[in-house]
Ligand binder design. Structure first.
Ligand SMILES: Cc1cc2nc3c(=O)[nH]c(=O)nc-3n(C[C@H](O)[C@H](O)[C@H](O)COP(=O)(O)OP(=O)(O)OC[C@H]3O[C@@H](n4cnc5c(N)ncnc54)[C@H](O)[C@@H]3O)c2cc1C
Length: 132
C-alpha cells in the first residue's frame, strides 16, 4: 500500500514538473526538482526490492520476520518522503484539493503507524540481527 501511494505521488509530480513553467522553462529542467525525483524513485525501487525479498523468503517457508520488518519500515518511510516531496514539487497546488497529492500525503502518514510502528519494526529488525 505504501509503495503504491509513493509511486502514485511521484508519477504525478513527474508529469506536473514537465508541464509547470517557471522562469521560461518547465520546473523539471531544474536540478533541485530532478534530484527530488531521482532520490525518491531510487528509494521506492529499493523498497520494492525489499518487499520482493520478504515475499520470496516467506514463499520459501523460511523465517522472514526480519525481512518483513525491513520492508515495512523502509517502504513506509520512503513513501512518506515521496509524498512530502511530491507536494513540494507541486508547490501550492499540491496543498489544494485540485490535485490528489494532498490525499496521498494524508493516506500515507498512517502506514508508518499501523501494522506496527516504525519504532517497533526497528526493535524487531535489531532483535533478528542480534540473535544471528
Ligand atoms: C487507521 C488505523 C487502522 C487500524 N487498524 C487496525 C486493525 O485493523 N487492527 C488492529 O489490531 N489495529 C489497528 N490499528 C491500530 C494500530 O495497529 C496501532 O495504532 C499501532 O500498532 C500503534 O499502537 P498505538 O496506537 O497503541 O501506539 P502506542 O503503542 O501507544 O505508541 C505510541 C508511540 O510510542 C512508540 N512506542 C511504543 N512502544 C515502544 C517501544 N517499546 N519502543 C519504542 N517506541 C515505542 C510508538 O512507536 C509510537 O511512536 C489501526 C490504527 C489506525 C490509525
Amino acid at each position: 500500500m505504501a509503495l503504491g501511494i509513493g509511486l502514485a505521488a511521484i508519477d504525478l509530480a513527474k508529469r506536473y514538473a514537465k508541464e509547470r513553467m517557471q522562469f521560461e522553462e518547465p520546473i523539471a529542467a531544474k536540478q533541485a526538482i530532478q534530484f527530488m525525483i531521482a532520490d525518491n524513485c531510487t528509494r521506492l525501487e529499493a523498497a520494492r526490492l525489499l518487499l520482493l525479498r520478504a515475499a520470496f523468503t516467506k514463499d520459501r517457508k523460511r523465517h522472514y520476520a526480519g525481512e518483513a520488518s525491513m520492508a515495512k519500515l523502509y517502504a513506509t518511510e520512503a513513501a512518506n518522503r515521496a509524498c512530502y516531496d511530491a507536494m513540494q514539487i507541486l508547490g501550492g497546488y499540491g496543498y489544494t484539493r485540485d490535485f490528489p497529492v494532498e490525499r496521498y500525503y494524508r493516506d500515507v502518514r498512517v502506514t508508518s503507524i499501523y501494522e506496527g510502528t516504525s519504532e517497533i519494526q526497528r526493535i524487531i529488525i535489531a532483535r533478528e540481527l542480534l540473535k544471528q
